[in-house]
Design a protein around this ligand. Structure first.
Ligand code: NAD
Length: 439
């Protein structure tokens, strides 16, 4: 077995929740047969993407779309561009999406996509041609009522825009082939096939920061239950869309973010970083080192460099892994000193690490709950596109706050009822809802 294979980890999490439900008083009919269906995706799509590079040569890229389960609604999940993308990773992420949508009580199933590529090595033109090739390759399998992709690591609204364009063009071509035309109204509705789009392209207000803001709402609900109060400190691993936004919202909520990092390393600023200034400095320099920005100034005397490993082991109240899978493993879990872990990345803690943290009394607020704000606002975007509406940011954020509070409460109550850790509780909540839709 590959070490820390994300799909093996995901199946261990499913197994734990299955065992809890199977031994609970409330009996679920045919539970074993139904859970067996959730051990493999319903459909795996393998795509081969020929792309003309700027030098005129053709390069072939490999991509995937995994449609895990649609018992509760259309498959939903992002598309990742990364050199380490693998089928098992996409399978795991699509499974987690099915669980996440169920925890947030959205009428959606789980899917995920990925391309094996280092996007930083591509020019803008090459990135566009690759994205369009992927959009075209999966066009027959997706749709607002079928499968609704979105951005994930290294993808964004611009990339979604190219894919939507390819998807709508493919539908227009198909209509022509059958002697019909696609009405403007229908073409607009079809934009609901992708979420995380730019606002001008039918995107939702508040989508870009939704994962971070949702994380704050979940954290606030859980720390109330844990009775953690006073001035809290946090360390955030990852400074991309999710890491930056969660740092910004924690800071705005009065939580002192003393450390952040990206793939090149981290920074430690004891006074607490100013996330917006730090991002500006990082953009200017190309790296975080030296961006010791606190209050309204960046000053080399205010902080120091930090490795990613050291960041995870800081004595902070809240540790926020917001980069990639397997950040907290059996190797470093014993050295974690935080009082609570808020998982903003997908799959950042391995099952082995979960056991260690549980024994140490460090609650882990699981990814399928903490980062479900992103897919929740994606679901709002989809709903707005289907209804031809555009909601204000205040409307979006109010609905998000309500959804996150309900999800956190359901997970907390399940952890009390079943006397389990929060992750198992979240999987139990999700599994019960999915199994009920499989009747
Ligand atoms: P992103 O590409 O915007 O950012 C990723 C960040 O992680 C970058 O700052 C990168 O430098 C950093 N990173 C990569 N490897 C690292 C390492 N070894 N140590 C420290 N930092 C490292 O991606 P994102 O959208 O912010 O996604 C981050 C995580 O959140 C992923 O696990 C993703 O699946 C998850 N997620 C994203 C969303 C969303 O709405 N974007 C929603 C839910 C979950």
């Amino acid at each position: 077995m590959q070490q820390n294979n994300p799909f093996d980890n995901a199946m261990q999490q499913l197994g734990k929740a299955h065992a809890v439900l199977a031994s609970s008083k409330k009996k679920i009919k045919n539970i074993d047969q139904k859970v067996a269906v959730l051990k493999e995706p319903q459909r795996i799509v393998n795509v081969t993407l020929p792309v003309t590079m700027d030098n005129g040569e053709q390069k072939i890229f490999q991509g995937y779309r995994v449609q895990f389960n649609n018992a509760r609604g259309p498959y939903k999940g992002g598309i990742r561009y990364h050199h380490n993308v693998s089928l098992d990773e996409v399978k795991a992420l699509s499974f987690w999406m099915a669980m996440k949508c169920a925890v947030a009580d959205l009428p959606l199933g789980g899917g995920k996509g990925g391309i094996i590529v280092d996007p930083k090595a591509l020019s803008q033109g090459e990135l566009e041609r690759l994205s369009r090739a992927y959009g075209k390759a999966i066009a027959d399998l997706i749709g607002p009522d079928t499968d609704v992709p979105a951005p994930d690591v290294n993808t964004n609204g611009v990339i979604m825009g190219w894919m939507v364009d390819e998807y709508v063009s493919a539908q227009k071509k198909k209509a022509k082939l059958f002697g019909t035309t696609l009405s403007a109204k229908n073409a607009k509705r079809l934009k609901g096939t992708f979420t995380g789009k730019a606002i001008a392209d039918g995107g939702s207000e508040g989508r870009e920061e939704a994962t971070g803001l949702g994380g704050l709402f979940v954290l606030q609900a859980i720390i109330k239950k844990l009775k953690l109060s006073g001035t809290l400190t946090a360390a955030v691993q990852g400074f991309g869309n999710v890491g930056y936004n969660v740092a910004k919202f924690l800071d705005e909520a009065g939580i002192r973010v003393v450390a952040v990092s990206d793939s090149k390393g981290g920074i430690y600023v004891p006074e607490g970083i100013n996330p917006a200034l730090t991002l500006e400095c990082k953009k200017k320099n190309g790296y975080l080192a030296g961006c010791y920005c606190s209050g309204s100034v960046c000053d080399l005397k205010k902080g120091k460099q930090l490795t990613n490993d050291a960041l995870l082991e800081l004595p902070v109240d809240i540790l926020v892994p917001a980069a990639l899978e397997n950040a907290i493993t059996g190797k470093n879990a014993a050295r974690i000193k935080a009082k609570v872990v808020l998982e903003m990345a997908n799959g950042p803690t391995t099952p082995e690490a979960d056991t260690v943290l549980y024994k140490k009394g460090i609650p882990v607020i699981p990814d399928i709950l903490s980062n479900s704000g992103g897919v929740t606002v994606s679901a709002f975007e989809w709903e707005q596109n289907l209804k031809g509406q555009h909601w204000t940011k205040a409307q979006v954020n109010k609905k998000l706050a309500g959804k996150m509070a309900s999800a956190a409460e359901a997970v907390w109550q399940a952890s009390v009822t079943h006397k389990t850790d929060l992750r198992t509780a979240a999987f139990v909540v999700a599994l019960e809802r999915i199994l009920a839709s499989m009747e």
